[in-house]
Design a protein around this ligand. Sequence first.
Ligand SMILES: *Cc1c(COP(=O)(O)O)cnc(C)c1O
Length: 408
Amino acid sequence: MSTNFKARDMAEHQIADLDAQLLRRKLRTSASPCDTKAQVDQRELKAFCSNDYLGLANHPELVAALAEGAKRYGVGSGASHLISGHSVAHDLLEKKLAACESKHIPNARALFVSTGYLANINAITGLSRLANPGEVSIYSAKLNHASLIDGVRLASSQTKAKVTLFDHQNLDFLEEALQQDKHSLKLIVVDGVFSMDGDIAPVKNLLHLAEQYDALLLVDDAHGFGVLGERGHGILEQSGVHSERIIYIGTLGKAAGVSGAFICAAAPFIEWLIQKGRPYIYSTATPPAIAHTLLTSLELIEGKEGIARRKQLNQLIQIWRDEMTFQNWEKTPSSTPIQPVILGSNASALAAAKLLDEAGYWIPAIRPPTVPVGSSRLRITFSANHSVDDVRELIKTLQMIEQEVKSN
Ligand SMILES: *Cc1c(COP(=O)(O)O)cnc(C)c1O
């Protein structure tokens, strides 16, 4: 029997390496529901870090809907959708989600998936298989979310898709590349709201290019659905676009306050993904009670309460944009509830996060590979449950902390 256990040594060595580079991440355990105050390690912290933008994650109507859904449907779905796990709750939800985007995607149909990560892998790999291997070309924005990047990588290894990265703020390069592209299937892939910067993708211009050069446009609106648009239907509503070339991904664990995601597209694309989308086919359906809860969440998002919550959120964002100034740290050009502060080095981002923690705030430092090297940051996010005073207090605290970190 060998006493030499190489794999464990490797793991320990790799972790020590992360520690040395200040790249080791720490889990913190919260004992309270997701809200603007969090109970962490026996302390109450003011949280500005969740993606619960509308403050719905602990909404009494959703808590009641989940309990009611469990009573009606039980807790497990028991199988994948194509075997026996597809319930009326899933069906109702998919119809409602399709209706949300139907003004923007003709002939829209929606597919409910267990997470946004899987929705992206499913859509990108599945759509890539519409053409023969070697006939697919994917254009992916450089700052796209990890799940889009992984979907593109998997598509590229499965179908030999050609992958081209582009800068979403300068579409000239993308246009030139599309002009010369002879592949039979072209797919442009982009975050709707960039998750670490908060800026919004130029969907109108991207769609224009997609139409001009016969491409599909996949928009991952994880941070836009529920937040953008008059009724909270997301980036397509806000930008007023309309096309059968749009593949829309919305997630339901952020502003919608629950869990899950959906792909919305013209019916033939959705039918194809049901036939060939491996993460959809080979994974147990989300509990129907979750789908049932999401029906109530969509009603809140579209209705008076959603409108009031978006108004409050936008007021907080405006106050932050107007009143927050830094001497060295940088803000990003964001009009969404994602308002990062860029510090640069891992060490200064960690120092600032530690001082914030001591001041009673929960705002983790975000480091590579989540963001590019040298752009470590505090990712501050607002929720409709924050008050104007909460934001003004945060501003004061951050201004003091900037001085402290600088003098260290
Ligand atoms: C969070 C996020 C996802 C993943 O969604 P989950 O439902 O959390 O798996 C996908 N894309 C973007 C841009 C995200 O921010």
